[in-house]
Structures are given as C-alpha cells and as structure tokens.
Write a protein that binds this ligand. Structure first.
Ligand code: ADP
Ligand code: ADP
Length: 226
C-alpha cells in the first residue's frame, strides 16, 4: 500500500519562482525516504507542501489514499520535526510534549501515558521537569521528536533535524532516529543536504536538483551506480 503519493506536484512562489517542478514520488507505508540535494533545490518546499504549511500550486497529494491538497495541516495524520526544534522555552519538557494533545482536548490521564511512553523511548524520563534551556542539544532534539511521537501520526516529516548538532552527536542521533523508525513502524520523510545521512538512513533516496527529481534509488543502487 502506498502511503504518501505526490503526483505532478508543482510550486510557484508568489514572486513567480518555480521552486518545485512536476515532482512524482510514491512513498510506501513504513518506508524511510530521504530527500537529498544541494541548498535551494526544493527539498523543504516539497516537505512543507506535504505538511500543508505551503500551498500546492498544481498536482495531487495523497496521504493514506486521501487527497489532501486542501486539508488543514492538523488534520493530515502527520507530524513534523523542525530544524530549530521549535520548543516552547517557558514550558517544561513534559508540557512541551503534552501541548498539542492538550490543544486537542485529550483526557489528562491519556496525555500522561503518552508523554511518559515517549519519554521512555527517548530517554527523557529524568528531565521531564526541566525547561529547554537546561537541556543538552541532543536532549532538545529528542524533545522535538517526542512532541511528534505523542501524536501517533501515520507519517513523520523531518526537515534537517540534525543540522544544529555537532558532528559526534549527529552520528549518534542518526542511529537513534533509524531505531525510532523501526520501533514506531511508521513512514518517515526526511530532508537533508548531507549525503552520508541519506546513504546511512534511507530505504530510498530521492535526489533533487533545481526543483526536479533527478533520481529515486536505494542507497545500494546509488553505491553501485553513483
Ligand atoms: P532546499 O530545502 O532544498 O534548500 P527550498 O525548498 O527551501 O530549498 O527552496 C527552493 C527554492 O525556492 C530556493 O531557490 C528558495 O530561494 C526559493 N524559495 C523558498 N521560499 C520562497 C518564497 N517564500 N518565495 C520565493 N522563493 C522561495
Ligand atoms: P504544537 O506546536 O505543540 O505541535 P500544534 O500541532 O497544534 O501544537 O500546532 C502548533 C504549530 O505546530 C503550528 O503553528 C504549526 O507550525 C505546527 N504544526 C501543527 N500541525 C502541524 C503539522 N501537521 N505538520 C507540521 N507542522 C504542524
């Protein structure tokens, strides 16, 4: 079953710039797909259209067989992890993770269960009372992941989630995100300009250049025929 399908997706910004041109990608259920390519090639724009944060100029976007071009971001069964984490500085780790669930009026005991489950998976149990500024870079990144996990989305979207971390932490977080993907059993769509990240994490890699898809292949295929 195909989970996220982009059919002839285009994006023209209001200044007339064509950032994404006729993109076709068929993402399978539970697949880890990485969009890779140089800065400015249209990766973020593509991801933001999937998230519903950017309007689609033409083409069709399906998530779980539903046409979602005009569906509100919060009704898309997705969660997005941003590069800058977008944590609330005045809220504790617990409340950062609980926030979206409170907005959705989920019962308190259910919220508590979800937040504690996520904290366990992400090794955040001991820092639930802390504010973001009292966390390490890796912990902040894990809180951002936790905020997505508690919502149980069918699809996780990540835009350069590791680019603010130092090289050593980036390597260990790569492994953590791969493990997380396996344990959650959901679809991951991940944007990076880092080819090593793409090669080590992806089931399939989508190579973009100048707003078009240049190649879609497994890391093995790219390794064999670069
Ligand atoms: P990437 O994520 O691959 O770095 P982006 O999707 O962010 O690329 O941007 C693709 C192109 O679209 C870039 O040339 C960028 O300058 C342009 N762009 C992004 N946002 C806008 C906007 N709001 N208006 C006009 N052009 C934009
Ligand atoms: P939280 O910020 O705690 O996640 P919400 O999810 O309700 O709370 O929405 C707050 C902000 O999160 C929005 O302004 C939007 O930028 C972002 N957001 C919400 N839903 C989505 C989504 N489905 N995909 C990507 N970003 C989202």
């Amino acid at each position: 079953m195909s989970n996220v399908t982009l059919t002839n997706i285009c994006k023209s910004y209001s200044n007339g710039f064509n950032a994404v041109k006729n993109v076709n990608i068929d993402i399978q259920d539970k697949e880890f797909v990485v969009l890779v390519g140089p800065s400015g090639c249209g990766k973020s724009t593509t991801l933001r259209m999937i998230a519903g944060l950017e309007e689609i100029s033409s083409g069709e976007l399906h998530i779980g067989n539903r046409l979602v071009n005009d569906v509100d971001p919060k009704d898309r069964d997705i969660a997005m992890v941003f590069q800058n984490y977008a944590l609330y500085p005045h809220l504790s780790v617990y409340d950062n993770m609980a926030f979206a669930l409170k907005l959705r009026k989920m019962p308190k005991d259910e919220i508590d269960k979800k937040v504690k489950e996520a904290a366990k998976i992400l090794d955040l149990e001991k820092v639930l009372d802390r504010k973001p500024k009292a966390l390490s870079g890796g912990q902040r990144q894990r809180v951002a992941l936790g905020r997505a996990i508690v919502r149980n989305p069918q699809v996780f979207l990540m835009d350069e989630p590791l680019s603010n971390l130092d090289a050593k932490l980036r390597t260990s977080m790569r492994t953590e995100i791969s493990k997380l993907h396996k344990s959650l059993g959901t679809t991951f769509i991940y944007v990076t300009h880092d080819q090593v990240e793409a090669m080590t994490m992806a089931d399939r890699i989508v190579v973009m250049k100048d707003g078009i898809v240049q190649q879609i292949a497994t890391p093995q295929e790219i390794y064999d025929h670069p």
